[in-house]
Design a protein around this ligand. Structure first.
Ligand SMILES: [Zn+2]
Length: 215
């Protein structure tokens, strides 16, 4: 990963950070919001098959927004911090989707408020690998930005883009790498918000939960 790495040590992680850890030999990353005292709020798909550790025992692991200790969150992997407010050039330089965005992060207290509210309400809707995943959850907590397209409520994330991009790379040998990066840039929610894209809106967390409950 070299200079492109966002890897950090446990001493460097701060409340309100969007953190992630690679799973299954870098095939996908698991994302969450670091709270404090080794606690992480995350959005998980289905129920966890792992036995909870002593700290996590008694916490709901039946899917949706849940809390976890940092060790269970990392699952033996390294700790990385998702970067916000990166330049367009830096975004293009990132080889892998899902590690940074040009969107600006709100102050940690806003991030923690959203994450805690969604945890209490389990209010992030139904997990969808492409439209509504652990990365979109963390990006929402950091920015309050959602993308409302095709009457669906979703947040464009690098992780979902990387699946689309993989298809592009297969279809277009040669220029595939460029297509991938352009796709990433186009879908970056920060760029879209800065362009004044109608589909990208800042939505208060109470409203988001109401919208999800009504959907
Ligand atoms: Zn644990």
């Amino acid at each position: 990963m070299g200079i492109l790495s966002n890897k950090i040590s446990r001493d460097e992680v701060r409340p309100g950070d969007h953190i992630y850890s690679w799973r299954t030999a870098y095939l996908y990353a698991h994302h969450g919001i670091y709270v404090d005292d080794g606690l992480v709020i995350e959005y998980i798909r289905g129920s966890s098959t792992k036995l909870p550790c002593r700290i996590c025992r008694g916490r709901s692991k039946s899917g949706g927004v849940t809390s976890s200790c940092l060790d269970c969150f990392l699952g033996g992997g390294n700790l990385y911090r998702y970067e916000y407010n990166v330049s367009k050039a830096a975004l293009l330089a990132k080889v892998r989707g899902g590690t940074c965005t040009t969107a600006t992060s709100d102050p940690p207290e806003d991030v923690l408020y959203r994450a805690d509210f969604l945890l209490r309400e389990n209010g992030f809707g139904v997990y969808d690998l492409f439209e509504n995943n652990c990365e979109t959850f963390a990006i929402y907590c950091k920015t309050g930005l959602v993308s409302c397209e095709k009457n669906r409520l979703g947040i464009s994330s690098g992780q979902s883009t990387s699946f689309v991009a993989a298809a592009v790379v297969v279809a277009l040998p040669g220029p595939g790498f460029c297509a991938y990066n352009v796709a990433r840039l186009i879908s970056d929610i920060g760029m879209r918000a800065k362009r004044g894209d109608d589909g990208v809106n800042k939505v208060p967390v109470e409203e988001l939960v109401d919208m999800r409950n009504a959907a």
